[in-house]
Each structure stands twice: as C-alpha cells, then as structure tokens.
Design a protein around this ligand. Structure first.
Ligand SMILES: [Zn+2]
Length: 73
C-alpha cells in the first residue's frame, strides 16, 4: 500500500468510526429524551391528574398527598 492509499484508508476508517459514534449518540440521545418524559398519575382518592418528572413508581398527589401508581410511562 502506498502512502496516499494508506492516508485515504485511515481517513475513511476515521470517518466511518465517527459516523458510527454519531449514530450511537443520536440513538441513545433519542432514547434518553423519551425516558425523560414525566410519568402521568391519576389520584385514586381525589381523581386529580398530575405529572412527575422523577419517574418514581409511586408519587404523592399534589392535591391530597395520596400515593399513586403511574398510569402512563
Ligand atoms: Zn389526590
């Protein structure tokens, strides 16, 4: 392999690696954006509907303090 060929091959590999890295971050970033959506809760006691960005399994109702399970993830 001559020097220009070696440089071209190295550049191609580097660009390919960058493309793979970029794709990886795009996909994982989209996944994290979806995961950051707040969970929706409906209170069993006062029927109040509220969101909690902490994504905890049980969240206290801001109206009456009752712990409720998320209805949508
Ligand atoms: Zn409530």
């Amino acid at each position: 392999m001559s020097l220009p060929e070696a440089v071209a091959a190295t550049t191609a590999w580097a660009l390919g690696g960058l493309a793979v890295l970029w794709l990886h971050y795009e996909v994982s970033g989209a996944w994290h954006r979806r995961r950051r959506l707040p969970s929706l809760y409906r209170c069993e006691r006062c029927a109040g509907v509220y969101e909690d960005g902490r994504r905890v399994p049980l969240s206290a109702c801001p109206y009456c303090g009752t712990l409720n399970e998320a209805v949508k993830r």
